[in-house]
Design a protein around this ligand. Structure first.
Ligand SMILES: [Fe+2]
Length: 163
């Protein structure tokens, strides 16, 4: 059984999986960076590598490669919840809230070491940053498949465009 079948089986019981069920599904895969090596993408139109490994209406699996010092945009996941496992490197999960004008305000972060997980409950706004000394690779599972996700730009950045 390949990993996609294993994951489908793990998710079969849950029509609308919880964050905890997504985590359990990832755990059943026994992923390692070696297993996904062939799917690791380099940055292209994004400042990081992104590979959609698997997508049905119910779930989507994505592999993220953050080169040293890189970060994602500040974003939400639309209607989806998510869970991810760091396979290599060290990632800061930076959490944001919106101010009264809709600009993202930094609200704290957790450091995720290799082999560890983090979760994104519905509506969470966050940014992932590689804070280690080499590349960072992480496996993400979302339910339902990603749609309607939004990027957010800090006030200072938006100001740069105007002035
Ligand atoms: Fe995210």
């Amino acid at each position: 059984m390949d990993w996609k079948e294993t994951m489908e089986k793990a998710l079969q019981e849950a029509a609308w999986p919880s964050v905890q069920q997504l985590k359990s599904a990832i755990e059943t895969l026994n992923l390692s960076v070696e297993k996904v090596a062939g799917a690791i993408a380099n940055p292209g139109s994004l400042p990081y590598g992104r590979t959609s490994l698997y997508r049905t209406p119910e779930t989507e699996a994505v592999l993220i490669h953050l080169p040293q010092g890189r970060e994602t945009y500040i974003h939400d996941h639309g209607y989806s919840i998510g869970c991810a496992k760091v396979l290599e490197g060290t990632i800061a999960n930076r959490i944001y809230r919106l101010d009264a004008y809709g600009y993202p305000v930094y609200a704290g972060e957790t450091i995720i070491e290799p082999g560890s997980f983090y979760s994104s409950p519905k509506g969470q706004i966050h940014q992932l940053r590689n804070v280690g000394y080499g590349r960072a690779v992480s496996f993400h599972l979302y339910a339902p498949a990603l749609s309607g996700g939004k990027n957010y730009y800090p006030y200072e950045q938006v100001l740069d465009f105007v002035i």
